[in-house]
Ligand binder design. Sequence first.
Ligand code: COA
Length: 180
Amino acid sequence: MPGFTIRPERTDDTEVAAIADVVAAAFGSPAEAELVRRIRASENYLPSAALVAVSSDDGRVLGHVMVSHVGLRRPDGTLGSIASLSPLAVHPDHQRSGIGSALVHAVVAVADELGEPLVVLEGSPAYYGRLGFEYSVPLGISIHLPDWAPAEAAQVRRLANYDAAITGTVEYPPAFDDVT
Ligand SMILES: CC(C)(COP(=O)(O)OP(=O)(O)OC[C@H]1O[C@@H](n2cnc3c(N)ncnc32)[C@H](O)[C@@H]1OP(=O)(O)O)[C@@H](O)C(=O)NCCC(=O)NCCS
């Protein structure tokens, strides 16, 4: 198993294609690769918070993660903006070697440096709980989940600028239309 390093993604055609291949292989469908493409093309894209894990041997892309902005409908009806981690993908040939965890730690650190108060996501409480995420609803942040997902799949990571007054319901921008 090769070592790996993490760096911001590049948006040249070769790397964009390599990322799409890894994301599609990880999810076994093209939808999440399309999500990555749409986020990148949107105003919600945070270039410094789109990261790749690359092989230390040959620079191949092994994994990818994105934090981007999504809406938060506040209790008073106004719409704010918060950070959301989606998607996270590690090539099937390179899973279970710490790449996913390292990508999450790295992208959370970037979000913290950007001054984001928190990061939300939909995902396994077992996986993300080990990475500092917690069930978001007790903190007043709701996410509409697919029927099959457990309620605790609504997760949040509190960052240095966390403020308990940030509450509401996540509203995904159009880039997410085909995956939510
Ligand atoms: C989820 C994913 C990113 C994890 O990447 P990874 O590099 O294999 O993760 P790590 O090596 O850091 O961690 C592996 C650990 O997480 C656990 N794990 C992996 N996927 C998991 C899941 N979906 N639910 C719960 N635990 C999971 C494994 O049990 C493993 O622990 P173990 O080896 O001690 O048993 C990767 O499996 C993947 O790309 N999956 C397909 C896409 C996906 O589901 N993305 C997440 C949706 S937000």
